[in-house]
Design a binder for this molecule. Structure first.
Ligand SMILES: CC(=O)SCCNC(=O)CCNC(=O)[C@H](O)C(C)(C)COP(=O)(O)OP(=O)(O)OC[C@H]1O[C@@H](n2cnc3c(N)ncnc32)[C@H](O)[C@@H]1OP(=O)(O)O
Ligand SMILES: O=C([O-])CC(=O)C(=O)O
Length: 439
């Protein structure tokens, strides 16, 4: 069965579960909210639902119930590669089923019909100052493309209908995931390769085509596939996924919703941390290692300098995770296999030996271990993608997969507009004095 038909069947089978939960068990309590959660970013408050992925604080992410190694192992691989295609992963994220090669080929062929980015989008980005941040360019590119939204056209047609609305989200979602690597490659070439653009190769899968379009060779094809899959989804409370969900909950179409998600991803505490990691590491080399090899002592000193100046150590800590991020481990294993002697990888590995101890001694962070961003830039750097302000754009290409899968299901299950209740500080003070809010 083709992907859209499979998805339709899955949604129809799933919908009664959601309906029953709301109707029969709607008042069952699953959490309570404290004052520190209210002020402190709603940490740990269970009030979002997604079945696309789940993040366990100790174990890390599972996509559709599978760990990262299990996900890589189970999916059909790209020809001549140890890694699955992004298209295979998309099928899996959307449906929870491991696709057959035939089903993967069908997604590949479908994406080829969706890849063309309209010329006016390129023109709009070209009109921006060349030193604009590439995330601003990507977000504006996605917003500009909103004109193409099939969901928005359906809404405006006057025939909008809740039960089939998901189909139009699905169409936009597929268009966005097929087009975003093309847009990202355009931005890369415009900013860093003197506008030397390379045409889409219709014979290549998404990851391989992205490598081709930014002028990379064979080895980078797996880097792209791995990178996009690893960065796709991290349950739905993270800033980019939550923003996309929130904005789409107002029935803003997927273009508006994902542009908003990208704007959140651009923050240094979220996706941009990978840019910050490279920046920190290169500055460390320039400042401390001009005439000497990096040592644990030098790294310790540099980490304390950063902490004492009131800044965070980028790539370390997490709002949910309490162990080393398995996405970090997966990329570290890639480095150990493919670039074990890369000086920057050796330095990043040395920081891993030192930073958790320093952060523990510093005593603030609840999680001293590295997250995905601590290890991703070094791989890009090794393969010649050295413009680290571009790294969050790569993240944004991958994150589109998770965000688009999530809002397709949001619409399919008819989730409501998101609108939590706020309170005032005097209210909090009153409830604090009374030992809690009287319900
Ligand atoms: C893809 C991703 O988004 S992964 C995360 C990427 N971000 C980074 O790597 C940036 C560095 N890390 C951080 O700033 C944080 O760990 C975050 C934003 C990821 C999580 O924030 P929180 O859930 O608030 O972390 P936590 O509860 O441990 O914070 C407690 C304190 O430790 C500090 N802290 C947390 N991580 C770090 C760190 N890496 N370096 C220094 N201090 C830190 C916090 O700033 C906070 O300080 P405060 O009490 O003065 O405000
Ligand atoms: O889960 C989070 O809050 C941040 C993160 O690692 C991601 O979004 O990939």
């Amino acid at each position: 069965m083709a992907l859209k038909e499979t998805l339709k069947q899955k949604l129809e089978e799933f919908r009664p579960r959601t309906t029953r939960l709301v109707k029969e068990f709607g008042k069952v309590k699953i959490d309570e909210v404290t004052i520190d959660q209210c002020i402190g970013g709603a940490r740990d408050v269970r009030c979002l639902v997604t079945d696309i992925s789940y993040l366990d604080p100790q174990e890390g992410i599972r996509f559709r119930g599978k760990t990262i190694p299990e996900t890589f192992a189970c999916l059909p691989k790209a020809a001549g590669s140890d890694y699955p295609t992004v298209e295979a992963f998309w099928y899996f994220l959307l449906t929870g089923d491991v696709p057959t090669q035939e089903q993967v080929d069908a997604v590949l062929a479908d994406w080829k019909t969706r890849q063309a980015v309209p010329q006016y989008v390129f023109d709009i980005i070209r009109a921006m100052p060349l030193d604009s941040h590439p995330m601003a360019m990507l977000s504006i590119g996605i917003t500009a493309m909103q004109r193409e939204s099939k969901f928005a056209a359906f809404y405006e047609s006057g025939k909008f209908n809740k039960t089939v609305a998901w189909e139009y989200v699905y169409e936009d979602a597929c268009d966005i995931v097929a087009r975003i690597p093309v847009l990202a490659a355009f931005i890369y070439n415009l900013k860093y390769r003197g506008d030397k653009q390379i045409a889409i190769d219709p014979a290549l899968d998404m990851g391989a085509n992205f490598a081709h379009m930014i002028g990379q060779g064979e080895e980078y094809k797996d880097v792209a596939r791995m990178y996009f899959i690893l960065h796709s989804d991290h349950e739905s409370g993270n800033v980019s996924a939550h923003t996309t969900h929130l904005v789409h909950s107002a029935l803003s179409d997927p273009y508006y919703a994902y542009a908003a998600g990208l704007d959140g991803l651009a923050g240094p505490l979220h996706g941009r941390a990978n840019q910050e990691v490279l920046d920190w590491t290169i500055k460390f080399q320039e400042k401390y290692c001009k005439d000497q090899e990096p040592t644990r002592e030098l790294i310790t000193r540099a980490l304390w300098d950063t902490l004492n100046s009131g800044q965070v150590i980028p790539g370390y800590g997490h709002a949910v995770l309490r162990k080393t991020d398995p996405r970090y481990t997966s990329q570290r294993e890639f480095c150990q296999k493919h670039l074990p002697n890369d000086p920057l990888f050796k330095l990043v590995a040395m920081i891993f030996e030192v930073a958790p101890g320093v952060l523990t001694e510093h005593g603030k962070t609840k999680n001293p271990w590295p997250n995905v961003d601590a290890q991703s830039g070094v791989i890009q750097w090794h393969y010649g993608v050295k413009e680290w302000d571009f790294y969050t754009v790569l993240f944004g290409v991958g994150r589109a997969l998770g965000c688009m899968a999530n809002i397709t299901w949001d619409r399919g299950l008819g989730y409501a507009i998101e609108r939590p209740k706020s309170v005032t500080t005097p209210m909090l003070e009153k409830w604090a004095a009374e030992g809690g809010r009287k319900m």
